[in-house]
Design a protein around this ligand. Structure first.
Ligand code: ZN
Length: 428
């Protein structure tokens, strides 16, 4: 047995001071000053929050194909240290995760690492090439629930319609779009605006996101049948408004935002430091303010990291040649609570049961209650810290958050009752 002693439980039912007793991978008791039977291991939760462990909807584990940047094992360790018990692995691997064989291989690597549940998302189109649909029904039968060509949008509207029609027939499945109009961003490297013009670099205009989201919502209405659609890494204010209206109309649509789009703007790119290159790009102060407000108001369903490791030699290229992407798993909570100033309850909701519901992960993001799976995170909400890139568990070092004062640190993480992190250190 395992006892989390002295913490404050926070879940979808509220907040209360309580110990949590765990046995056989499940929570068996929750209450003040629980007695620990002989032989029980005790983990200190004093001055800490005990909550459902986090679920990342948007993790790039880079395996197969880019093992110099990350592996399923190193990415899983980074996730556990960030308080996660499950991650959805993005399919832009080499080869692309577009068939059952690759899905099974990634899942197997996740099981071998044993640090988080790795749930591969599968590509919408074969090879993520945007030409013909992958075998979505076969992937679904193998357990896939999230379909995305992340990295690219599905540009062809007829193909997107066909993908929505296919997903409509798969209960619990969701089509997740990287919403950037391909034609409008083809030669862009950062947000189109004064900073891109000053640098003399091609821009990625805000309307590129707005146009794809608006088009997709029109297709969602056309296809009907309650088809589920999710906007990955929303970055502009127009997306917030479009999704808010679509929800009010009863469409089954959701959106996520990343910690970077809640805290950084294109002003960070003015020195041409490729650490701040990401797609969709960092936007403006006005977008950032709208995204924060929408997250606080509950209009944004989830915070997802878009954890995108890149080996140092590639990320150190000049801005226009460097690959887009940033690390995020080990800092997400602390960026939300610190610089993004998101209230504790909203941060935990958007990191835990919000994304678990979108990804259809029935064993994650559950209330802290007897009988529920013990996928739990214990974090100190008052702990202030700075990220040291050299100390990260990720194989890569491309964190953009080194200049920020972070708040809140994961102390312990449990996966089905087994500690994967104890006292801020991974157990394996
Ligand atoms: Zn993306």
């Amino acid at each position: 047995m395992l006892l989390l002693r002295g913490g404050e439980v926070l879940d979808q039912t509220g907040r209360r001071a309580a110990d949590v007793l765990i046995d056989g991978g499940r929570v068996v008791a929750v209450g003040p000053a629980l007695a620990a039977p002989a032989g029980t291991s005790v983990l200190d939760a004093a001055d800490a929050i005990v909550c459902p462990a986090f679920v990342d909807l948007h993790t790039h584990l880079r395996q197969p194909g880019q093992e110099e940047a990350e592996t399923v094992e190193t990415g899983s360790r980074a996730a556990a240290l960030g308080g996660y018990s499950a991650v959805v692995a993005m399919p832009n691997t080499t080869p692309a995760t577009d068939c059952v064989e690759v899905v099974r291989q990634v899942r197997r690597w996740g099981e071998q690492a044993g640090l988080v549940d790795v749930r591969p998302a599968a590509a919408i189109t074969a090879g993520r090439a945007g030409a013909e649909l992958a075998d979505l029904a076969a992937l679904y039968a193998d357990g896939v629930r999230v379909f995305t060509d992340d990295g690219n949008e599905v540009a062809d509207a007829a193909l997107m319609r066909a993908a929505l029609e296919a997903v409509r027939e798969l209960p619990g499945a969701v089509l997740a779009q990287h919403a950037e109009c391909a034609a409008l961003v083809a030669s862009g490297h950062l947000n189109e605006g004064p900073v891109s013009r000053a640098l003399g670099l091609g821009g990625r205009p805000a309307v590129a996101e707005e146009i794809t989201v608006a088009r997709d919502l029109a297709l969602v209405r056309l296809v009907g049948g309650g088809v589920r659609y999710h906007v990955l890494h929303a970055s502009v204010s127009a997306t917030v408004e479009l999704i808010r209206r679509a929800k009010a109309d009863g469409l089954a649509v959701t959106m996520e935002v990343t910690p970077q789009h809640l805290t950084l703007t294109d002003a960070c790119c003015s020195g041409a430091d490729p650490t701040f290159k990401v797609n969709p790009p960092l936007r403006t102060d006005a977008d950032l303010a709208v995204l924060r407000h929408a997250l606080r108001a509950g209009d944004i369903d989830a915070v997802a990291t878009d954890h995108a490791p890149h080996a140092p030699d590639t990320k150190a290229r000049p801005f226009a040649a460097a690959p887009p992407g940033m690390l995020g798993l080990e800092t997400a909570l602390a960026v939300l609570l610190g610089p993004a100033e998101i209230p504790l309850e909203r941060a935990v909701a958007a990191l835990s049961w919000g994304p678990a519901a979108i990804a259809g992960l029935a064993e994650h993001g559950r209330p802290v209650a007897p009988g529920e799976p013990a996928n739990l995170c214990v974090f100190d909400p008052q702990r202030r810290w700075r990220v040291d890139p050299a100390a990260l568990a990720s194989k890569s070092r491309n964190t953009p958050f080194t200049h920020l004062d972070l708040l809140g640190r994961v102390r312990h993480t449990l996966l089905r009752g087994e500690p994967t992190v104890i006292d801020e250190v991974a157990t394996r």
